[in-house]
Design a protein around this ligand. Structure first.
Ligand code: NOJ
Ligand code: CA
Length: 543
Protein backbone atom coordinates (compact mmCIF):
# COMPACT_ATOMS: atom_id res chain seq x y z
CA UNK A 1 0.00 0.00 0.00
CA UNK A 2 1.49 3.33 -0.98
CA UNK A 3 1.55 5.96 1.65
CA UNK A 4 3.07 9.40 1.64
CA UNK A 5 5.07 9.04 4.87
CA UNK A 6 4.05 12.65 5.51
CA UNK A 7 4.60 12.20 9.23
CA UNK A 8 8.31 11.70 8.68
CA UNK A 9 8.73 15.17 7.24
CA UNK A 10 6.22 16.91 9.44
CA UNK A 11 6.68 19.19 12.40
CA UNK A 12 4.12 18.48 15.13
CA UNK A 13 2.72 20.87 17.71
CA UNK A 14 1.01 19.76 20.89
CA UNK A 15 -1.64 22.23 21.80
CA UNK A 16 -3.63 22.34 24.96
CA UNK A 17 -6.98 23.54 23.64
CA UNK A 18 -8.16 24.94 26.96
CA UNK A 19 -5.12 27.20 27.09
CA UNK A 20 -4.75 28.29 23.49
CA UNK A 21 -7.31 30.93 22.66
CA UNK A 22 -10.74 31.72 24.08
CA UNK A 23 -13.13 32.89 21.36
CA UNK A 24 -16.23 33.52 23.45
CA UNK A 25 -14.90 35.17 26.58
CA UNK A 26 -15.77 32.45 29.09
CA UNK A 27 -12.16 32.07 30.19
CA UNK A 28 -11.61 28.70 28.49
CA UNK A 29 -9.80 28.14 25.21
CA UNK A 30 -12.02 26.52 22.58
CA UNK A 31 -12.29 25.09 19.10
CA UNK A 32 -13.27 28.37 17.48
CA UNK A 33 -10.40 30.04 19.30
CA UNK A 34 -7.99 27.58 17.73
CA UNK A 35 -9.54 28.25 14.33
CA UNK A 36 -8.71 31.92 14.79
CA UNK A 37 -5.10 31.07 15.56
CA UNK A 38 -4.44 28.64 12.73
CA UNK A 39 -2.68 31.39 10.78
CA UNK A 40 -0.13 31.59 13.54
CA UNK A 41 0.57 27.86 13.39
CA UNK A 42 0.66 27.79 9.63
CA UNK A 43 3.04 30.73 9.55
CA UNK A 44 5.28 28.97 12.06
CA UNK A 45 5.41 25.99 9.71
CA UNK A 46 3.46 23.48 11.77
CA UNK A 47 2.19 20.49 9.78
CA UNK A 48 0.25 18.57 12.36
CA UNK A 49 -1.54 19.56 15.54
CA UNK A 50 -1.96 17.11 18.39
CA UNK A 51 -4.89 17.88 20.67
CA UNK A 52 -4.87 16.24 24.10
CA UNK A 53 -8.37 14.98 25.00
CA UNK A 54 -11.28 17.35 24.49
CA UNK A 55 -14.08 14.85 25.14
CA UNK A 56 -16.70 15.41 27.84
CA UNK A 57 -15.00 14.64 31.12
CA UNK A 58 -15.17 15.43 34.83
CA UNK A 59 -11.64 16.72 34.26
CA UNK A 60 -10.05 15.13 37.24
CA UNK A 61 -7.13 14.29 34.97
CA UNK A 62 -7.61 17.15 32.56
CA UNK A 63 -9.62 15.17 30.04
CA UNK A 64 -7.68 11.88 30.26
CA UNK A 65 -10.74 10.75 32.20
CA UNK A 66 -13.19 10.40 29.32
CA UNK A 67 -16.93 10.28 30.00
CA UNK A 68 -18.07 10.14 26.36
CA UNK A 69 -15.91 9.16 23.39
CA UNK A 70 -18.32 10.40 20.76
CA UNK A 71 -18.39 14.15 21.12
CA UNK A 72 -16.42 17.07 22.47
CA UNK A 73 -17.01 18.86 25.78
CA UNK A 74 -19.54 21.69 25.34
CA UNK A 75 -17.14 24.25 26.79
CA UNK A 76 -14.90 23.67 23.76
CA UNK A 77 -17.72 24.17 21.27
CA UNK A 78 -19.99 21.94 19.23
CA UNK A 79 -19.16 18.99 17.07
CA UNK A 80 -20.06 21.26 14.13
CA UNK A 81 -17.35 23.69 15.25
CA UNK A 82 -14.97 20.77 15.38
CA UNK A 83 -15.86 19.74 11.82
CA UNK A 84 -15.20 23.31 10.72
CA UNK A 85 -11.85 23.21 12.51
CA UNK A 86 -10.89 20.08 10.58
CA UNK A 87 -11.88 21.77 7.32
CA UNK A 88 -9.86 24.87 8.18
CA UNK A 89 -6.87 22.77 9.14
CA UNK A 90 -7.03 20.69 5.97
CA UNK A 91 -7.58 23.71 3.74
CA UNK A 92 -4.23 24.97 4.96
CA UNK A 93 -2.57 21.67 4.11
CA UNK A 94 -2.18 20.90 7.78
CA UNK A 95 -3.39 17.90 9.78
CA UNK A 96 -4.78 17.22 13.20
CA UNK A 97 -4.55 14.21 15.45
CA UNK A 98 -6.61 13.62 18.57
CA UNK A 99 -5.79 11.86 21.77
CA UNK A 100 -7.22 8.39 22.10
CA UNK A 101 -7.51 7.23 25.68
CA UNK A 102 -7.80 3.47 25.24
CA UNK A 103 -6.67 2.14 28.57
CA UNK A 104 -9.28 3.61 30.88
CA UNK A 105 -12.41 5.74 31.13
CA UNK A 106 -13.62 8.14 33.76
CA UNK A 107 -15.56 6.57 36.61
CA UNK A 108 -18.34 8.88 35.41
CA UNK A 109 -18.52 7.13 32.04
CA UNK A 110 -21.96 5.48 31.65
CA UNK A 111 -20.23 2.12 31.11
CA UNK A 112 -18.65 2.29 34.54
CA UNK A 113 -21.80 3.65 36.16
CA UNK A 114 -23.60 0.58 34.82
CA UNK A 115 -20.75 -1.79 35.66
CA UNK A 116 -20.87 -0.73 39.28
CA UNK A 117 -24.26 -2.43 39.55
CA UNK A 118 -22.41 -5.74 39.69
CA UNK A 119 -21.89 -8.94 37.68
CA UNK A 120 -25.48 -8.86 36.45
CA UNK A 121 -24.83 -5.65 34.51
CA UNK A 122 -24.03 -6.02 30.78
CA UNK A 123 -21.19 -3.56 31.34
CA UNK A 124 -19.64 -5.30 34.34
CA UNK A 125 -17.07 -7.06 32.17
CA UNK A 126 -16.11 -3.82 30.47
CA UNK A 127 -13.82 -3.32 33.45
CA UNK A 128 -11.34 -5.44 35.39
CA UNK A 129 -12.80 -6.66 38.70
CA UNK A 130 -11.54 -8.87 41.47
CA UNK A 131 -12.78 -10.10 44.85
CA UNK A 132 -9.36 -9.33 46.32
CA UNK A 133 -6.72 -6.69 45.71
CA UNK A 134 -4.07 -9.42 45.72
CA UNK A 135 -3.96 -9.91 41.95
CA UNK A 136 -1.31 -8.55 39.56
CA UNK A 137 0.91 -7.50 42.43
CA UNK A 138 3.92 -7.16 40.14
CA UNK A 139 2.44 -4.15 38.37
CA UNK A 140 4.03 -0.90 39.52
CA UNK A 141 2.07 2.15 40.60
CA UNK A 142 2.45 5.01 38.11
CA UNK A 143 0.93 7.97 39.95
CA UNK A 144 3.08 7.39 43.01
CA UNK A 145 2.27 10.69 44.66
CA UNK A 146 -1.46 10.02 44.90
CA UNK A 147 -2.16 6.30 44.52
CA UNK A 148 -1.39 3.55 47.00
CA UNK A 149 -2.68 0.61 44.96
CA UNK A 150 -3.78 -0.29 41.45
CA UNK A 151 -6.99 -1.65 42.95
CA UNK A 152 -9.87 0.38 44.36
CA UNK A 153 -12.85 -0.91 46.29
CA UNK A 154 -16.30 -0.33 44.85
CA UNK A 155 -18.83 0.16 47.67
CA UNK A 156 -21.71 -0.51 45.29
CA UNK A 157 -20.84 -4.06 44.28
CA UNK A 158 -18.21 -5.18 46.78
CA UNK A 159 -15.57 -5.87 44.14
CA UNK A 160 -12.22 -4.21 43.56
CA UNK A 161 -11.56 -2.60 40.17
CA UNK A 162 -8.22 -2.23 38.45
CA UNK A 163 -6.78 1.19 37.59
CA UNK A 164 -3.24 1.95 36.42
CA UNK A 165 -3.68 5.70 36.86
CA UNK A 166 -5.95 7.68 39.18
CA UNK A 167 -8.61 5.81 41.20
CA UNK A 168 -11.24 7.63 39.16
CA UNK A 169 -9.84 6.09 35.95
CA UNK A 170 -10.95 2.43 35.89
CA UNK A 171 -9.08 0.35 33.29
CA UNK A 172 -11.11 -1.11 30.49
CA UNK A 173 -11.06 -4.87 30.19
CA UNK A 174 -9.45 -5.71 26.84
CA UNK A 175 -10.03 -9.39 27.39
CA UNK A 176 -13.64 -8.59 26.62
CA UNK A 177 -14.21 -8.68 22.84
CA UNK A 178 -16.97 -6.11 23.23
CA UNK A 179 -14.52 -3.59 24.64
CA UNK A 180 -12.14 -4.27 21.77
CA UNK A 181 -14.97 -3.68 19.32
CA UNK A 182 -16.24 -0.56 21.10
CA UNK A 183 -12.86 1.11 20.94
CA UNK A 184 -12.46 0.31 17.27
CA UNK A 185 -15.76 2.04 16.69
CA UNK A 186 -14.42 5.11 18.47
CA UNK A 187 -11.43 5.26 16.15
CA UNK A 188 -13.56 4.94 13.06
CA UNK A 189 -16.01 7.57 14.26
CA UNK A 190 -13.30 10.24 14.44
CA UNK A 191 -11.47 9.06 11.34
CA UNK A 192 -14.76 9.26 9.43
CA UNK A 193 -15.08 12.83 10.63
CA UNK A 194 -11.68 13.60 9.14
CA UNK A 195 -9.10 13.48 11.93
CA UNK A 196 -5.69 12.43 10.67
CA UNK A 197 -4.88 9.95 13.36
CA UNK A 198 -4.33 9.56 17.07
CA UNK A 199 -1.78 9.95 19.77
CA UNK A 200 -2.65 6.81 21.67
CA UNK A 201 -2.50 7.22 25.43
CA UNK A 202 -0.99 4.76 27.89
CA UNK A 203 -0.55 1.95 25.36
CA UNK A 204 1.52 -0.51 27.41
CA UNK A 205 -1.20 -1.18 29.95
CA UNK A 206 -4.14 -2.52 27.95
CA UNK A 207 -3.95 -6.10 29.20
CA UNK A 208 -3.17 -7.68 32.57
CA UNK A 209 -1.62 -11.10 33.15
CA UNK A 210 -0.67 -12.71 36.44
CA UNK A 211 3.06 -13.15 36.97
CA UNK A 212 3.97 -10.20 34.72
CA UNK A 213 4.38 -6.47 35.32
CA UNK A 214 1.27 -6.05 33.15
CA UNK A 215 3.09 -3.89 30.62
CA UNK A 216 3.86 -4.51 26.92
CA UNK A 217 2.08 -7.86 26.86
CA UNK A 218 1.81 -9.80 23.59
CA UNK A 219 -1.97 -9.41 23.74
CA UNK A 220 -1.54 -5.64 23.65
CA UNK A 221 0.53 -5.93 20.50
CA UNK A 222 -2.06 -8.19 18.89
CA UNK A 223 -4.77 -5.63 19.55
CA UNK A 224 -2.65 -2.77 18.24
CA UNK A 225 -2.10 -4.78 15.06
CA UNK A 226 -5.86 -5.08 14.68
CA UNK A 227 -6.31 -1.34 15.13
CA UNK A 228 -3.58 -0.63 12.62
CA UNK A 229 -5.02 -3.01 10.05
CA UNK A 230 -8.36 -1.27 10.38
CA UNK A 231 -6.84 2.20 10.03
CA UNK A 232 -4.75 1.04 7.09
CA UNK A 233 -7.78 -0.39 5.34
CA UNK A 234 -10.00 2.66 5.64
CA UNK A 235 -7.62 5.59 6.07
CA UNK A 236 -4.14 4.69 4.85
CA UNK A 237 -2.92 8.27 5.39
CA UNK A 238 -3.92 8.36 9.05
CA UNK A 239 -1.32 7.71 11.72
CA UNK A 240 -1.06 6.13 15.14
CA UNK A 241 1.47 7.60 17.54
CA UNK A 242 2.29 5.57 20.65
CA UNK A 243 2.65 6.98 24.09
CA UNK A 244 4.69 4.19 25.62
CA UNK A 245 7.11 5.44 28.23
CA UNK A 246 9.44 2.47 27.97
CA UNK A 247 13.05 1.45 27.37
CA UNK A 248 14.13 1.12 23.72
CA UNK A 249 13.92 -2.69 23.69
CA UNK A 250 10.31 -2.52 24.87
CA UNK A 251 9.49 0.30 22.47
CA UNK A 252 10.70 -1.50 19.37
CA UNK A 253 7.86 -4.06 19.32
CA UNK A 254 5.34 -1.19 19.12
CA UNK A 255 6.46 -0.64 15.54
CA UNK A 256 5.90 -4.32 14.78
CA UNK A 257 6.87 -5.13 11.21
CA UNK A 258 5.56 -1.74 10.23
CA UNK A 259 2.13 -3.06 11.18
CA UNK A 260 1.64 -1.48 14.61
CA UNK A 261 2.37 2.19 15.33
CA UNK A 262 3.66 4.60 12.71
CA UNK A 263 5.39 6.59 15.38
CA UNK A 264 6.40 6.37 19.02
CA UNK A 265 7.68 9.05 21.36
CA UNK A 266 11.39 8.81 21.98
CA UNK A 267 11.10 8.91 25.77
CA UNK A 268 14.62 7.68 26.60
CA UNK A 269 16.36 10.52 24.73
CA UNK A 270 14.66 13.48 26.40
CA UNK A 271 15.94 13.39 30.01
CA UNK A 272 19.47 12.75 28.78
CA UNK A 273 19.50 16.04 26.89
CA UNK A 274 18.72 17.90 30.09
CA UNK A 275 21.21 15.83 32.04
CA UNK A 276 24.02 16.67 29.64
CA UNK A 277 23.39 20.39 30.11
CA UNK A 278 24.36 20.00 33.75
CA UNK A 279 27.04 17.30 33.60
CA UNK A 280 28.63 18.63 30.39
CA UNK A 281 28.94 15.02 29.35
CA UNK A 282 27.07 13.85 26.25
CA UNK A 283 27.94 10.16 26.50
CA UNK A 284 24.49 9.13 27.84
CA UNK A 285 22.88 10.76 24.80
CA UNK A 286 25.15 8.90 22.41
CA UNK A 287 24.71 5.65 24.28
CA UNK A 288 20.92 5.78 24.25
CA UNK A 289 20.75 6.92 20.63
CA UNK A 290 23.18 4.25 19.46
CA UNK A 291 21.19 1.73 21.44
CA UNK A 292 17.93 2.66 19.71
CA UNK A 293 17.03 -0.29 17.58
CA UNK A 294 16.59 -0.03 13.85
CA UNK A 295 12.90 0.53 13.13
CA UNK A 296 10.89 -0.43 10.02
CA UNK A 297 11.37 2.08 7.22
CA UNK A 298 7.81 3.36 7.36
CA UNK A 299 8.14 4.10 11.08
CA UNK A 300 9.44 7.13 12.87
CA UNK A 301 10.58 8.33 16.28
CA UNK A 302 8.82 11.38 17.65
CA UNK A 303 11.27 13.60 19.51
CA UNK A 304 10.26 16.15 22.10
CA UNK A 305 11.74 18.35 24.78
CA UNK A 306 8.67 18.92 26.93
CA UNK A 307 4.97 18.13 26.89
CA UNK A 308 1.85 18.61 29.03
CA UNK A 309 3.05 16.14 31.69
CA UNK A 310 5.88 16.27 34.14
CA UNK A 311 9.35 15.84 32.63
CA UNK A 312 9.35 12.13 33.17
CA UNK A 313 12.37 10.43 34.70
CA UNK A 314 11.15 6.89 34.29
CA UNK A 315 13.73 6.09 31.62
CA UNK A 316 16.85 6.90 33.66
CA UNK A 317 18.63 5.03 36.45
CA UNK A 318 17.68 5.78 40.09
CA UNK A 319 21.00 7.63 40.55
CA UNK A 320 20.42 9.73 37.46
CA UNK A 321 16.90 10.50 38.69
CA UNK A 322 18.19 11.72 42.05
CA UNK A 323 20.70 13.86 40.24
CA UNK A 324 18.07 15.34 37.91
CA UNK A 325 15.82 16.16 40.85
CA UNK A 326 18.71 17.77 42.67
CA UNK A 327 19.75 20.00 39.81
CA UNK A 328 16.39 20.71 38.16
CA UNK A 329 13.87 20.52 40.99
CA UNK A 330 15.56 22.08 44.02
CA UNK A 331 12.15 23.08 45.41
CA UNK A 332 10.30 19.86 46.34
CA UNK A 333 7.12 21.36 44.89
CA UNK A 334 8.73 21.05 41.47
CA UNK A 335 8.69 17.25 41.75
CA UNK A 336 5.80 15.05 40.77
CA UNK A 337 5.64 11.26 40.66
CA UNK A 338 8.88 10.25 38.92
CA UNK A 339 9.37 13.61 37.29
CA UNK A 340 9.69 17.36 37.30
CA UNK A 341 6.71 19.59 36.70
CA UNK A 342 8.40 22.53 35.01
CA UNK A 343 8.42 24.04 31.56
CA UNK A 344 11.33 24.15 29.17
CA UNK A 345 12.50 27.76 29.50
CA UNK A 346 12.58 27.84 33.33
CA UNK A 347 14.39 24.49 33.34
CA UNK A 348 17.29 26.06 31.47
CA UNK A 349 17.18 29.31 33.47
CA UNK A 350 15.67 31.05 30.48
CA UNK A 351 19.05 30.83 28.77
CA UNK A 352 18.52 31.31 25.03
CA UNK A 353 21.80 29.58 24.21
CA UNK A 354 20.63 26.41 25.91
CA UNK A 355 17.15 26.70 24.39
CA UNK A 356 18.66 26.92 20.93
CA UNK A 357 21.09 24.10 21.59
CA UNK A 358 18.28 21.74 22.64
CA UNK A 359 16.10 22.77 19.71
CA UNK A 360 18.97 22.27 17.27
CA UNK A 361 19.10 18.66 18.37
CA UNK A 362 15.31 18.38 18.25
CA UNK A 363 15.29 19.61 14.65
CA UNK A 364 18.24 17.59 13.37
CA UNK A 365 18.38 14.26 15.17
CA UNK A 366 16.54 11.45 13.34
CA UNK A 367 12.83 11.55 13.97
CA UNK A 368 9.97 13.99 13.83
CA UNK A 369 10.03 16.95 16.19
CA UNK A 370 7.06 17.88 18.29
CA UNK A 371 6.81 21.26 20.00
CA UNK A 372 4.74 22.00 23.08
CA UNK A 373 2.63 25.15 22.83
CA UNK A 374 4.29 28.16 24.39
CA UNK A 375 7.77 26.66 24.40
CA UNK A 376 8.45 28.36 21.07
CA UNK A 377 8.25 31.71 22.86
CA UNK A 378 9.93 30.47 26.03
CA UNK A 379 6.89 30.54 28.30
CA UNK A 380 7.29 29.93 32.02
CA UNK A 381 5.39 27.78 34.51
CA UNK A 382 3.46 28.29 37.73
CA UNK A 383 4.38 25.81 40.43
CA UNK A 384 1.70 27.18 42.75
CA UNK A 385 -0.87 25.34 40.64
CA UNK A 386 -1.39 21.69 41.58
CA UNK A 387 -0.46 18.53 39.64
CA UNK A 388 0.70 19.32 36.08
CA UNK A 389 -1.44 22.43 35.74
CA UNK A 390 1.56 24.68 36.17
CA UNK A 391 2.77 23.82 32.66
CA UNK A 392 -0.72 24.28 31.18
CA UNK A 393 -1.31 28.01 31.70
CA UNK A 394 -2.86 30.29 29.04
CA UNK A 395 -0.91 30.96 25.88
CA UNK A 396 0.67 34.40 25.97
CA UNK A 397 -0.32 36.18 22.78
CA UNK A 398 0.35 39.85 23.50
CA UNK A 399 0.55 42.46 26.25
CA UNK A 400 -3.17 43.19 26.44
CA UNK A 401 -5.66 41.95 29.04
CA UNK A 402 -5.10 38.29 30.02
CA UNK A 403 -2.13 38.11 27.65
CA UNK A 404 -4.58 38.39 24.76
CA UNK A 405 -5.81 34.88 25.57
CA UNK A 406 -9.35 35.78 26.67
CA UNK A 407 -11.63 38.72 27.24
CA UNK A 408 -13.11 37.20 30.38
CA UNK A 409 -12.64 38.75 33.81
CA UNK A 410 -9.35 37.37 35.04
CA UNK A 411 -11.14 35.55 37.88
CA UNK A 412 -12.97 33.51 35.26
CA UNK A 413 -9.87 32.20 33.48
CA UNK A 414 -9.45 28.42 33.82
CA UNK A 415 -5.96 29.18 35.15
CA UNK A 416 -4.13 32.41 35.86
CA UNK A 417 -1.94 33.95 33.19
CA UNK A 418 1.71 34.21 34.18
CA UNK A 419 2.04 37.89 35.01
CA UNK A 420 5.09 38.20 37.20
CA UNK A 421 8.84 38.05 36.78
CA UNK A 422 10.91 37.13 33.75
CA UNK A 423 8.15 35.01 32.24
CA UNK A 424 5.35 37.51 32.62
CA UNK A 425 3.23 37.90 29.51
CA UNK A 426 4.41 41.49 29.25
CA UNK A 427 7.86 40.13 28.48
CA UNK A 428 7.08 36.78 26.91
CA UNK A 429 4.40 36.83 24.24
CA UNK A 430 3.87 35.92 20.61
CA UNK A 431 3.38 39.46 19.35
CA UNK A 432 6.64 40.86 20.68
CA UNK A 433 8.56 37.75 19.68
CA UNK A 434 7.25 37.76 16.14
CA UNK A 435 8.37 41.36 15.63
CA UNK A 436 11.83 40.57 16.80
CA UNK A 437 13.94 38.84 14.14
CA UNK A 438 16.39 37.58 16.73
CA UNK A 439 13.78 36.08 19.07
CA UNK A 440 13.60 32.38 19.86
CA UNK A 441 10.30 32.27 17.96
CA UNK A 442 11.85 33.73 14.78
CA UNK A 443 14.78 31.37 15.10
CA UNK A 444 12.50 28.34 15.50
CA UNK A 445 10.45 29.44 12.52
CA UNK A 446 13.67 29.65 10.50
CA UNK A 447 14.65 26.16 11.58
CA UNK A 448 11.29 24.66 10.70
CA UNK A 449 11.58 26.14 7.22
CA UNK A 450 15.15 24.89 6.90
CA UNK A 451 14.16 21.41 8.02
CA UNK A 452 11.65 21.25 5.21
CA UNK A 453 14.33 22.00 2.63
CA UNK A 454 16.39 19.06 3.82
CA UNK A 455 14.49 15.77 3.69
CA UNK A 456 17.53 14.09 5.22
CA UNK A 457 16.42 15.33 8.64
CA UNK A 458 13.22 13.32 8.53
CA UNK A 459 14.42 10.34 6.52
CA UNK A 460 18.17 10.06 6.90
CA UNK A 461 20.41 7.87 8.98
CA UNK A 462 22.63 9.07 11.79
CA UNK A 463 26.18 8.36 12.77
CA UNK A 464 27.63 9.59 16.05
CA UNK A 465 31.22 10.65 15.69
CA UNK A 466 33.44 10.16 18.65
CA UNK A 467 34.54 13.56 19.80
CA UNK A 468 37.63 14.44 21.71
CA UNK A 469 35.67 16.27 24.31
CA UNK A 470 32.97 14.85 26.62
CA UNK A 471 30.85 18.00 26.19
CA UNK A 472 30.74 17.81 22.41
CA UNK A 473 27.92 15.95 20.73
CA UNK A 474 28.94 15.46 17.11
CA UNK A 475 26.85 13.54 14.60
CA UNK A 476 26.14 13.42 10.94
CA UNK A 477 22.81 12.74 9.31
CA UNK A 478 22.95 11.43 5.80
CA UNK A 479 21.21 9.77 2.92
CA UNK A 480 22.14 9.22 -0.74
CA UNK A 481 21.78 12.89 -1.58
CA UNK A 482 22.77 14.83 1.48
CA UNK A 483 25.12 14.85 4.41
CA UNK A 484 24.76 17.26 7.31
CA UNK A 485 27.04 17.56 10.31
CA UNK A 486 25.80 18.70 13.67
CA UNK A 487 27.93 19.91 16.57
CA UNK A 488 26.17 20.57 19.85
CA UNK A 489 28.49 21.81 22.55
CA UNK A 490 27.21 21.18 26.08
CA UNK A 491 30.11 22.95 27.80
CA UNK A 492 29.61 26.11 29.81
CA UNK A 493 33.06 27.51 29.05
CA UNK A 494 34.62 28.43 25.76
CA UNK A 495 36.76 25.67 24.34
CA UNK A 496 38.97 24.82 21.38
CA UNK A 497 38.61 21.21 20.32
CA UNK A 498 40.91 19.53 17.80
CA UNK A 499 38.98 17.12 15.58
CA UNK A 500 39.86 14.79 12.78
CA UNK A 501 38.29 15.74 9.46
CA UNK A 502 40.23 13.28 7.35
CA UNK A 503 37.06 11.72 6.00
CA UNK A 504 35.95 15.04 4.59
CA UNK A 505 39.24 16.17 3.07
CA UNK A 506 38.54 18.02 -0.18
CA UNK A 507 34.96 18.82 0.80
CA UNK A 508 33.41 22.08 1.82
CA UNK A 509 31.43 22.58 4.99
CA UNK A 510 28.70 25.12 4.61
CA UNK A 511 26.92 26.69 7.57
CA UNK A 512 23.28 25.76 7.08
CA UNK A 513 22.09 29.07 8.50
CA UNK A 514 24.42 30.96 6.15
CA UNK A 515 25.90 32.97 9.00
CA UNK A 516 29.50 31.91 8.57
CA UNK A 517 31.61 31.57 5.44
CA UNK A 518 32.11 28.04 4.10
CA UNK A 519 35.08 26.06 5.26
CA UNK A 520 37.16 24.07 2.80
CA UNK A 521 38.67 20.99 4.44
CA UNK A 522 42.29 20.99 3.30
CA UNK A 523 43.93 19.33 6.29
CA UNK A 524 43.40 16.19 8.28
CA UNK A 525 42.85 17.91 11.60
CA UNK A 526 40.94 21.05 12.35
CA UNK A 527 40.55 22.75 15.69
CA UNK A 528 37.09 24.15 16.23
CA UNK A 529 36.23 26.80 18.80
CA UNK A 530 33.03 26.57 20.74
CA UNK A 531 31.38 29.22 22.83
CA UNK A 532 29.32 27.93 25.78
CA UNK A 533 26.32 25.94 24.48
CA UNK A 534 27.17 26.74 20.89
CA UNK A 535 25.82 24.68 18.02
CA UNK A 536 27.05 24.41 14.45
CA UNK A 537 25.17 22.73 11.65
CA UNK A 538 27.08 22.26 8.41
CA UNK A 539 26.13 20.86 5.07
CA UNK A 540 28.85 18.77 3.51
CA UNK A 541 29.36 19.82 -0.11
CA UNK A 542 31.62 18.46 -2.82
CA UNK A 543 34.77 20.43 -3.62
C1 NOJ B 1 -0.57 9.94 29.89
C2 NOJ B 1 -1.01 11.36 29.72
O1 NOJ B 1 -0.04 12.08 29.00
C3 NOJ B 1 -1.25 11.93 31.10
O2 NOJ B 1 -1.49 13.31 31.03
C4 NOJ B 1 -2.38 11.16 31.74
O3 NOJ B 1 -2.54 11.61 33.07
C5 NOJ B 1 -2.11 9.66 31.74
N1 NOJ B 1 -1.63 9.17 30.49
C6 NOJ B 1 -3.37 8.89 32.07
O4 NOJ B 1 -4.27 8.96 31.00
CA1 CA C 1 -14.30 29.76 25.48
Amino acid sequence: MSRSLWYKHAVFYELYLKGFYDSNGDGIGDVNGLREKLDYLQDLGIDCIWLPPIYPSPEKDDGYDVADYYTIAPKYGTIEDFRCLLEDVHRRGMRLIMDLVLNHTSDQHPWFQEAKKGPGSPYFHYYVWSRTPEKYTEARIIFLDTERSNWAYCEDNGYYYWHRFYTHQPDLNYDNPEVRREMKKVLLYWLDMGVDGFRVDAVPYLFEREGTNCENLPETHDYVKELRAMVEKHYPEAILLAEANQWPWDLLPYFGDGDEFHMAFNFPLMPRLFMALKTHDVSPIVKIMEGLPEIPSSCQWCNFLRNHDELTLEMVTPEEREYMWKVYAPDPRMRLNLGIRRRLAPLVDNDERRLRLLHTILFTIPGTPILYYGDEIGMGDNIDLPDRNGVRTPMQWNTSLNAGFSEAFREKLYAPVIDKGDFSYERVNVESASHNPSSLLSWIKGWIARRKKHPVFGMGKVEFLSGKDPALLWYRVYNQDEEIMVFAFFGDEEKKIPLSFDRWRGKTLKDIEGKKSPLFVSTKDITLSFAPYEYKVWEVKEG
